[in-house]
Ligand binder design. Structure first.
Ligand SMILES: Cc1cc2nc3c(=O)[nH]c(=O)nc-3n(C[C@H](O)[C@H](O)[C@H](O)COP(=O)(O)OP(=O)(O)OC[C@H]3O[C@@H](n4cnc5c(N)ncnc54)[C@H](O)[C@@H]3O)c2cc1C
Length: 395
């Protein structure tokens, strides 16, 4: 792909840069260190501001609140957000995976009803896919949905549902036909999380936070008008969501990783190692440089994924390369941070000696989940092996 910006792309970048310079909140660094539960409303109003400026999802069609921007412009958007260290958008799953799936599979009235409120963060979305016995093997899920007039009655349990505690709506995969091969009996429903019979129980993670949850459904009635796509074609709808998740999420993360490596370089200029600043240690320099280069590789891989989407209109299995790379890269980055920071890096938020108020201790613990969420590394390698390289299936 051509990485030089066209005149139109430069104009887009300059307009965006001007808007961001005028609007990125100056007090973000103070908020960044707070837990998501506390900063949630702050981040929601930041997303609302982006939405009002027309910047919340630039590549989405104009009629649904986007700018019909090219994917190259989308990449420029994330780069500029990273350059100015702008806060992230809070409706991450709505913007990154569920909104694009509704645009691709939804009826006109579903698109009009749901998409603007995803963009404005008025309604936060969560993704109800995994169950206690169906994670990697998503098609094996059991959540039961029986048709009763113009409603489905849903019973069962989901688990690991990120944003379940704050979710207004859920993209839920259910089994509508238990008598056909497992991939063929699934349906996706758009579920109001305030429906009677929905119970959300937060799960405590090793980071101390409760980002994800168990959700129990007991005789929850969901209108058939909320079926997304076709009944019993839920596998295709769900895979489309997963491909968006794997293919585009890295663009957002580039912002975070770039900030982390820059901060680590800054810290290693002052932190002592063997009697002199760590940055003079040959091994530390090598590792920092390696990590910096890998973050750049991640950005270029993302452009390749965008390039593929521009050509075909949909994200492909190549997104798994990106997912595998960013999740393992973050673990290398956090490991390096711990090596450089020493025991102080393990101190948690609130400890007066903790480096960056415990940000690194948090990052180290949280990154373990990266190679599990959105499909484990083994699953990504299986997808790359079979669908990208054309190797025989492993099972
Ligand atoms: C931080 C985080 C956030 C999450 N958020 C959500 C969310 O919002 N919504 C949601 O629905 N889910 C979410 N999940 C769940 C996630 O999608 C699952 O944990 C994941 O798909 C793995 O499923 P599992 O935990 O059941 O593990 P299993 O599928 O039981 O896997 C166990 C082990 O076996 C390996 N394995 C399984 N099958 C194969 C195979 N065919 N070949 C090789 N190895 C294999 C796996 O790689 C893994 O190491 C989240 C998970 C995490 C960690």
């Amino acid at each position: 792909m051509d990485l030089n910006l066209s005149t139109e792309e430069r104009q887009f970048r300059d307009e965006l840069r001007g808007w961001l310079e005028a609007n990125v909140p100056k007090d973000w660094p103070a908020w960044r260190e707070k837990p998501l539960e506390e900063s949630f409303e702050y981040l929601r109003s930041w997303q609302r501001k982006l939405y009002e400026g027309g910047w919340a999802a630039v590549s989405w069609p104009k009629e649904y609140g986007g700018r019909s921007a090219t994917l190259m412009q989308q990449a420029i958007f994330w780069q500029e957000m990273a350059r100015l260290e702008a806060p992230p958008m809070v409706n991450a799953l709505g913007l990154g995976l569920i909104g694009p799936t509704i645009i691709a599979f939804g009826t006109e009235s579903q698109k009009k009803r749901f998409v603007p409120k995803i963009l404005s963060a008025e309604e936060i979305w969560c993704q109800g896919f995994s169950e206690p016995n169906a994670g990697s093997d998503l098609a094996g899920l059991q959540m039961d949905a029986r048709l009763d007039g113009d409603h489905y009655v849903v019973n069962g349990q989901k688990v690991w549902t990120s944003y379940g505690w704050i979710g207004d709506w859920c993209e839920l995969v259910v089994r509508t036909d238990p008598n056909v091969p497992k991939h063929k009996g699934l349906t996706v429903l758009l579920v109001d999380m305030k429906s009677p019979g929905v119970e959300v129980r937060p799960l405590r993670q090793m980071t101390g936070e409760s980002e994800f949850n168990e959700i129990f459904f007991r005789d929850v009635r969901i209108p058939t008008a909320n079926v997304l796509g076709q009944v019993n074609d839920g596998w295709n709808v769900a895979v489309s969501t997963l491909m968006h998740e794997r293919g585009s999420y890295g663009a957002r993360l580039h912002l975070i990783f770039k900030r982390a490596i820059n901060r680590l370089i800054e810290l290693s200029r002052t932190l002592q190692r063997n009697g002199r600043p760590a940055v003079h240690d040959a091994l530390v320099r090598q590792k920092l440089a390696q990590c910096y280069a890998e973050i750049e590789i991640m950005r270029l891989n993302q452009l390749r994924a965008f390039s593929r989407i521009s050509a075909t209109g949909i994200p492909g299995p190549e997104g798994s390369i990106q997912k595998l790379f960013w999740s393992e890269l973050n673990q290398r980055l956090q490991q390096l941070a711990q090596e450089i920071l020493g025991p102080y890096g393990q101190l948690e938020k609130g400890d007066s000696l903790a480096v960056d108020n415990g940000l690194w201790a948090y990052g180290y613990l949280r990154c373990r989940g990266n190679t599990i969420e959105a499909g484990t590394s083994e699953v990504q390698r299986n997808i790359i092996g079979h669908f990208v390289l054309g190797l025989p299936r492993s099972y």
